[in-house]
Design a protein. Structure first.
Length: 689
């Protein structure tokens, strides 16, 4: 087991006493280290399997860890007894076991974003400038900050939480927050879990928010030299907008005195030139602990990182499509296009579609976010938890049954849950008949049936399947297919409907959707850089590297460049063999032409690892391949030299007049009177003096 580790990995595995921070760079084998470390602890009888807590950020990562642990156990210990899961799944397990002490009924339900918005709509008594979505984001941000953020909260926030309590529900933020309150108010319960978990391991530690850090702090409070091992990479902390705090990893040795820090710097993914370019970029960040990745591949430096400057975004999409078609040999899965913002995908989608290049847009509607999937889950929740008013409101009109706002208001007036009100409230004959038909659809012996059969029966009895089978909507067949996939491939795996509903609630808030594996199928992947974290591809295209886009204007104006630079570092290190960065001198952004300078991140990288390929594309233009590199002996110019325009007064149709301050052949750097310094193609410039 240990023989397959390098020296730095082995040190991280065998250092089992006291707090440990493992700084694990991109592609350095952090999952192997985590799982091997757990196996090492259990094989050496340092703890029982149920005394190990392993925390991850996605269900996908947790499942991968469990699978690897099973391969290590060899019958000596049972991998299933390890407390391995996301922060939320582990805290939910604790909350279920201690529901009454936490002030909840044990059958509490978990509300997703749609339910949260409906709760907020129901308690708003006056007009407001904020939307329910904005309130959901605001309330979630408060809860992600932990117990300290609950002081001085506003009236609406408190009313929202009171309504959740009345509905016997918690939202996603409550899952951790209520465990913090449970531990804070019940020292005996905290002591029980402190005594149980002899070893705590945390994956992707750089992504922890304050509530998650408080959870770790409580589990290790008053314990001298706690055995907590956190694995992460400060250079890949890119989720501050989701509440992640990089200070947690930067201050690890202050939070846990006597902590050891081990750096994993051997990369098993990328070539030396790609890693060296990324290293030279991230060194410009001040807020980091510091490390340098080195390639495990001793065969050579590999290709340089190519940098293309193109006249327009159309040229950019065309050049990238040319390169893929020329080299793909019908294996398109080797390529990924990583963009800073989703709005940048359109021009590449159009180009790929017109050229017959198969592509898949990652980050489109996820499986659990699809309307029909949420409808089915709402129906099943109402079957299992008849008090669930939010699910009732979602499905009562699917299919239509004549229950409008007036009828719902009549049901609400009863004061009880809506399902009970539907049974007892006096209604007009037509509505009464519809109500009885709806209620009878739930009246069958579902507890004695398999979850799959119960789900199928309910959807048929309520008319939901019939609604889609008779629908004339173009996407109705796909929706039916998704429902069947949910029933036959997902629900059928669970022992009970309650177990499925709990897992579904966690999946609906998970960023990794197991039903959408971006490394399946033969197609080019188009995704945001955030969505690409943890993935790798042979060739990665990084378009639109221009100031104002990447880094974006908000980061530039607010002085938040370091996270944008970390995002650029993540983007480059997704590439195994080839990385191509491009920028356009003119790009259409939201219908308007923009003239932005190349990204500052390009000039921050050490030029000896780059190959700059500027100029207007010609038929023989290759984008990369047999071309000179910046660190080779000077080659013949790629374009014919013309008389220098430096110092000349010139004009541009849209940018106005200016002075050429640098002439690089096809590309001129011009100081425009009204638009500042811009790089433009020579062919768009007119000499006026």
């Amino acid at each position: 087991m240990l023989q397959n580790l390098n020296n730095e990995q082995r040190l991280a595995v065998e250092t089992t006493d006291g707090p440990l921070l493992v700084l694990s760079g991109a592609g350095t084998g952090k999952t192997r280290v985590l799982t091997t470390r757990i196996a090492h602890i259990l094989n050496n009888h340092l703890a029982m399997s149920w005394q190990v807590l392993a925390l991850t950020f996605t269900n996908k990562a947790a499942n991968e860890m469990k699978t690897r642990l099973e391969s290590f156990s060899d019958g000596v210990w049972y991998a299933g007894d390890v407390w391995c899961g996301t922060f939320h799944s582990i805290c939910l397990r604790i909350l279920r076991a201690n529901a009454e002490r936490a002030g909840l009924r044990r059958d509490f339900i978990i509300y997703g974003e749609d339910d949260q918005k409906n709760v907020i709509k129901s308690i708003l008594t006056t007009s407001t400038t904020k939307t329910p979505t904005e309130y959901v984001e605001e309330f979630s941000a408060v809860k992600d900050k932990g117990l300290i953020a609950l002081k001085n909260t506003d009236r609406l926030f408190n009313a929202y939480n009171a309504e959740l309590l009345r509905l016997n529900a918690v939202d996603f933020g409550d899952i951790i927050l209520r465990v913090l309150e449970l531990f804070d108010k019940n020292p005996d319960i905290l002591a029980r879990y402190q005594n149980q978990f002899k070893y705590i391991l945390v994956d992707e530690f750089q992504d922890t928010n304050n509530a998650q850090m408080e959870f770790l702090g409580l589990l290790t409070r008053d314990i001298e030299n706690p055995n907590i091992c956190c694995v992460g990479d400060d250079d890949q902390s890119i989720y501050s907008w989701r509440g992640a705090e990089i200070k947690h990893i930067l201050n690890f040795d202050k939070t846990f005195p006597n902590a050891q820090i081990i750096r994993l710097e051997t990369n098993y993914r990328s070539t030396s030139n790609i890693l060296n370019a990324a290293n030279s970029l991230i060194r410009h960040n001040r807020g980091r602990l510091g490390k340098d990745l080195r390639s495990a591949d001793a065969s050579g430096c590999g290709e340089p990182v190519y940098v293309l400057t193109l006249p327009t975004d159309r040229d950019e999409s065309r050049i990238i499509a040319d390169a893929i078609l020329r080299e793909s040999e019908n294996d398109f899965s080797r390529y990924a296009l990583l963009i800073r913002a989703g709005s940048l995908s359109r021009i590449f989608e159009e180009e790929f579609a017109s050229r017959g290049i198969p592509y898949k847009l990652i980050g489109a509607t996820k499986f659990y976010d699809r309307m029909e999937i949420r409808d089915v889950i709402a129906y099943l929740r109402l079957l299992v938890y008849s008090f669930d008013d939010m699910s009732f409101l979602r499905v009562i009109a699917k299919p239509r049954r004549g229950f409008g706002d007036k009828a719902i208001a009549t049901l609400r007036a009863s004061g009880g849950c809506l399902m009970d009100a539907l049974r007892t409230t006096k209604l007009a004959p037509k509505l009464r008949a519809a109500a009885d038909e709806f209620l009878s659809a739930f009246d069958f012996e579902w507890p004695s049936m398999s979850p799959r059969d119960a789900a199928q029966t309910l959807l048929e009895r309520t008319g939901y399947m019939k609604m889609w089978s008779e629908s004339k909507d173009a996407d109705a067949p796909e929706r039916l297919s998704n429902i069947r996939e949910l029933i036959t491939s997902v629900i059928s795996k669970y022992a009970t409907l309650s177990e499925f509903l709990e897992q579904a609630a966690l999946m609906m808030t998970d960023d990794n959707d197991s039903n959408d594996n971006p490394q399946n199928n033969n197609s080019v992947r188009i995704m945001t850089i955030h969505a690409a974290k943890g993935l790798e591809f042979d060739t990665v295209f990084l378009p639109a590297w221009e100031d104002g886009i990447f880094p974006n204007d908000k980061a530039i104006n607010e002085g938040a460049i370091e996270e944008e630079r970390r995002l650029a570092y993540v983007a480059i290190t997704r590439a195994r063999r080839r990385c191509v960065i491009s920028n356009a001198m003119m790009r259409v952004v939201f219908g308007s032409r923009a003239y932005n300078s190349p990204s500052r991140f390009i000039t921050e990288m050490d030029g000896k690892y780059l190959d700059f390929q500027g100029g207007v594309p010609r038929p023989s233009y290759t984008a990369y391949g047999n071309v000179s590199r910046s660190y080779d002996a000077p080659a013949k110019p790629r374009i014919q030299k013309t008389a220098s325009l430096s110092g000349k007064l010139v004009s541009h149709n849209e940018l106005g007049s200016g002075v050429v301050i640098e002439d690089a052949g096809a590309i001129l750097t011009v100081a425009f009177k009204s638009r500042g310094i811009k790089k433009v193609a020579r062919e768009y410039i007119k000499i006026i003096g």
